[in-house]
Design a protein around this ligand. Structure first.
Ligand code: HEC
Length: 132
């Protein structure tokens, strides 16, 4: 019986580790409260740190973006962006693309931006595809 328990725990742990490699994990019920973020600040931070690759319009059509492989996604693409959770977007900005299996050319910003700036950017990025 003890042995079976041990095997079961080992299997669960390795499954968790494997899943953790590609999936963002922010804890249960992670959500960025839209009303609590400073979008004006987010817009400044975005223009300074993100727009060179992702474009002022979020479409990822800048000359820099065109030189990248893979190219940044189009943030105005509602269908694609709706598959991304707040946690995914938050984790990509904080820990970089490779944290959820995307390109490492999307570098981590956890040392550059503050927590509330990252959260504000999540809402700012969502707004590209929420607008008509
Ligand atoms: C050097 C260019 C570059 C800069 C600067 C950059 N990104 Fe990215 N970003 C990328 C690339 C390339 C990808 C696509 C990775 C992929 O699809 O594999 C990406 C992906 C993303 C994604 C994931 C989109 C998806 O496919 O789900 C988000 C969110 C994102 N970037 C946000 C930001 C934010 C916010 C900033 C500024 C703080 C920023 N990026 C700065 C290049 C950049």
């Amino acid at each position: 019986m003890k042995r079976i328990m041990f095997v079961a725990i080992a299997v669960m742990a390795s499954v968790a580790l494997f899943a953790g490699a590609k999936k963002a994990d922010c804890g249960k019920d992670f959500k960025v409260e839209k009303s609590k973020v400073d979008l004006k600040k987010a817009s400044e931070v975005y223009k300074k740190n993100c727009a060179s690759c992702h474009g002022d319009d979020g479409k990822g059509n800048t000359p820099t973006a065109q030189a990248l492989k893979p190219r940044p996604r189009d943030f105005t693409n509602k269908e694609y962006m709706s598959k991304r959770s707040d946690c995914d977007i938050y984790t990509v900005i904080k820990k970089g693309g490779s944290s959820i299996g995307l390109s490492p050319l999307m570098t981590p910003f956890e040392k550059i931006l503050k927590e509330d700036e990252i959260k504000a950017l999540v809402v700012y990025i969502r707004n590209f595809s929420n607008k008509k």
